[in-house]
Design a binder for this molecule. Structure first.
Ligand SMILES: [Ca+2]
Ligand SMILES: [Ca+2]
Length: 237
């Protein structure tokens, strides 16, 4: 009867011994840990140029991230932050809900023909991606930008460009009325939590405007945007 009783005690001592050895190993490793080099940082200058005739762009959201974040999908519901951005032009909720390594929120409207630059940085990685979003303010819920654009492979001083298309957040009907268009063409309401459109993100079908017979529209032909709305240039600096 005594022999089985001693086995657990021996096992207990053996376990203690292993723990003590582990502690000694940790102590011996510490000096070398201080020699670990600082991680290489990657810094990017992101320049946005408004290519439209008459669509001021709302203060942009610029987000540096990795594969853990996806801002929208064609055919899927817009997030609440994207709804707010696309209806009111405010980038803050959109940025708050992002899983970002770094981000910048614009503070001013970007007028047609103008450009603005932002700088974002993170530990260098092949996985780095860029997401940009901004509202075409003379619309109900049109936005332009790009998402999960791979930029981690850029060498220092290398750059690339992309003319971003226009999307419909699908969260507000495209009535084009002055009461619902927040930009200077309408001066109407911005964000409304109701969703009275198709409730999925898609390429924007375009605006009809008063020039094509939609007499309740606050828009005219100058507000069209058939060929993209923002030129995005990213340069690693
Ligand atoms: Ca819409
Ligand atoms: Ca809405």
């Amino acid at each position: 009867m005594h022999i089985p009783m001693r086995v657990p005690a021996l096992m207990f001592l053996f376990t203690l011994g292993l723990s003590a050895c582990g502690g000694d190993d940790d102590d011996r490793m510490n000096p070398s840990a201080t020699l670990t080099p600082e991680p290489e940082m990657a810094m990017f200058e992101v320049t946005l140029r408004n290519t439209t005739h008459n669509q001021p762009l709302s203060p942009p959201a610029v987000i540096l991230h990795n594969g853990d974040y996806n801002a929208w999908d064609i055919g899927a519901m817009a997030s609440n932050g994207l709804e707010v951005l696309a209806e009111s032009g405010s980038p803050n909720d959109f940025i708050t809900e992002a899983t970002a390594l770094d981000s910048e929120a614009g503070t001013e409207v970007l007028m047609p023909g103008q450009h603005v630059s932002f700088t974002v940085r993170a530990v260098a990685s092949e996985q780095l991606m860029l997401t940009v979003a901004t509202m075409l303010v003379n619309t109900n819920d049109a936005f332009t930008g790009l998402k999960a654009w791979p930029i981690g492979d850029l060498a220092i001083d290398a750059s690339r460009e992309y003319l971003a298309p226009v999307y419909d957040a699908g969260t507000e009907a495209n009535s084009e009325t002055a009461a619902t268009v927040p930009g200077p063409a309408g001066g109407g309401e911005g964000f409304n939590s109701a969703r009275n459109d198709v409730d999925f993100v898609a390429r924007h079908p375009g605006v009809v405007t008063v020039d094509d017979g939609l007499m309740s529209s606050a828009l005219d032909q100058s507000h069209r945007f058939d060929n993209g709305a923002v030129q995005v240039e990213v340069k690693r600096i």
